[in-house]
Ligand binder design. Structure first.
Ligand SMILES: [Ca+2]
Ligand SMILES: [Ca+2]
Ligand SMILES: [Ca+2]
Ligand SMILES: [Ca+2]
Length: 465
């Protein structure tokens, strides 16, 4: 089936691709030509190896998709929120497990781009349905791409920062924004603190200039143009809410996610971002103090089809420095988005002084998101990956996989489920307080097949409770 919004396909034709659950552009002509010159001989050679003379399936990844042994760790599966509506298939752009410090404990924070709504779902009791509390909807969060808790005004209650995408489909117009939903005693109040920008994919807090208030790192994905910037908190304005001044860090099409951490261990907060459109790169922005940053190229590949789809900061090996996880597997430019052998998840191990060493830890076809946590409760960090583009025509191919860490950074993939299909976001957190992390994931259903729909799904680690 051809993609519904173009009637055609193919990066070489300038058709849209998708990143992080977001429709984006194809590469511009010079990059396409370069990619063609470099990759066509390689891919031709690969095709000769992979395609048998008679044309039958090899049983390899391109044809059969990725599948793994069923997880020996049991999971109890539940739908969070409404059952999916076949007449309006779910477009969930972001899920994460958060505690808003309001006495309700951890819940599932959800960005729903179909309903234009940011909500948190809590489970009242074991086995009970989930209660939805709406944080933003309608014009406050038109097509929300990402949401992050932060006490932006320092009054002790937790507010929510929203990256407003504005349009899930390719669009170079200034439809994006950053909105803070301020929590007050009488509910949530919107403050649009960055406007007149292209599609925004992430906003993350940190006191970058060490003046005691919270600043923000922002990824503007855009379409032909995008940027990474930080918003300096200039203190309270006339109405007592902070004012912000934008400062650019980098210009490129397709920045996705802006994780914040002290990557070089010198005591101040740095910023990282994946650039996934014309180039496939990971950048670091070293905090030099006084609001100044130095750019560092942390990783790049000349496989311009690898399809970077996110960036996660986590000390995966628990050696005291913060590493990065890079899920790769965007493949939206094809008539049918076959999983590719180079899709999966990379661990970029922090070796100090902004040197990161890549290591592949998963081969899941069509990987679109990853999250780190302790899924089996044995004290080491495991990883969960979800797939947007596995071979859904083959029954049983994985949509969600957890990678069991043996404690020595050897990862064994276990299949959690084969449905819902088309998962683009995953989060981990201990929702039931039993010491192991549970899994939540969200589906973005914009291509066929439409027979295994899901909005937000929870897999409770350790079985039913
Ligand atoms: Ca607050
Ligand atoms: Ca630092
Ligand atoms: Ca580390
Ligand atoms: Ca573990």
């Amino acid at each position: 089936m051809r993609s519904r919004w173009t009637g055609r396909s193919g990066r070489e034709h300038g058709g849209p691709t998708w990143q992080n659950g977001l429709a984006v552009t194809a590469r511009r002509t010079p990059r396409v030509l370069l990619a063609a010159v470099v990759l066509v001989p390689v891919l031709t050679a690969a095709a000769v190896l992979l395609v048998p003379a008679a044309g039958e399936s090899t049983g390899g990844l391109l044809h059969a998709g990725s599948r793994y042994s069923a997880s020996q760790l049991p999971f109890s599966k539940r739908v969070v929120g409404p059952e999916p509506d076949p007449a309006a298939p779910p477009w969930i752009c972001n899920v994460k497990v958060v505690d808003l410090q309001d006495g309700r404990g951890p819940g599932v924070l959800v960005c729903d781009a179909r309903l234009n709504r940011v909500s948190i779902f809590h489970r009242a009791a074991a086995g009970a349905e989930f209660d939805e509390s709406v944080i933003a909807e309608g014009s406050a969060a038109p097509v929300p791409g990402h949401a992050t808790p932060v006490d932006i005004d320092g009054d002790g209650d937790v507010d929510v920062a929203i990256a407003v995408l504005g349009n899930v489909f390719p669009d170079d117009a200034k439809v994006g924004a950053v909105t803070i939903m301020e929590r007050r005693d009488d509910g949530w109040h919107p403050h649009r603190i960055l406007d007149e920008v292209r599609r925004v994919t992430d906003v993350q807090p940190g006191d970058f200039d060490a003046d005691g208030d919270v600043d923000l790192a922002v990824a503007v994905f855009g379409f032909y143009h995008g940027r990474i910037l930080w918003l300096r908190n200039d203190g309270p304005g006339a109405e007592g809410f902070p004012r912000f001044t934008p400062h650019d860090l980098h210009h490129a099409a397709g920045p996705i996610h802006a994780p914040v951490a002290d990557f070089d261990g010198d005591g101040d907060l740095d910023i990282a971002s994946g650039v996934t459109q014309d180039d496939e790169e990971v950048w670091g922005f070293e905090n030099l103090g006084g609001g100044r940053f130095a750019k560092r190229l942390l990783w790049q590949t000349f496989n311009f089809d690898i399809g970077g789809a996110g960036l996660v900061a986590d000390d995966l090996d628990q050696d005291g420095d913060v590493d990065l996880l890079l899920p790769v597997g965007d493949n939206f430019e094809q008539d049918y988005s076959f999983p590719q052998p180079y899709h999966g998840c990379l661990w970029l191990e922090n070796r100090g002084e902004f040197r990161f060493v890549p290591r592949r830890i998963a081969d899941l076809g069509g990987t679109y998101a990853a999250a780190a946590g302790d899924v089996d409760g044995d004290g080491d960090r495991d990883v969960v990956c979800v797939s947007m583009f596995n071979e859904w025509r083959q029954p049983g191919t994985a949509s969600i996989v957890w990678l069991e860490n043996d404690g020595a950074m050897h990862f064994t993939p276990w299949q959690v489920d084969d449905r819902p299909t088309h998962l683009v976001t995953v989060g981990l957190g201990d929702l039931d307080g039993d010491g192991d992390d549970d899994i939540v994931a969200g589906g973005l259903h914009v291509i066929a097949p439409y027979d295994r729909l899901g909005g937000v799904t929870l897999w409770m680690s350790g079985g039913a409770r």
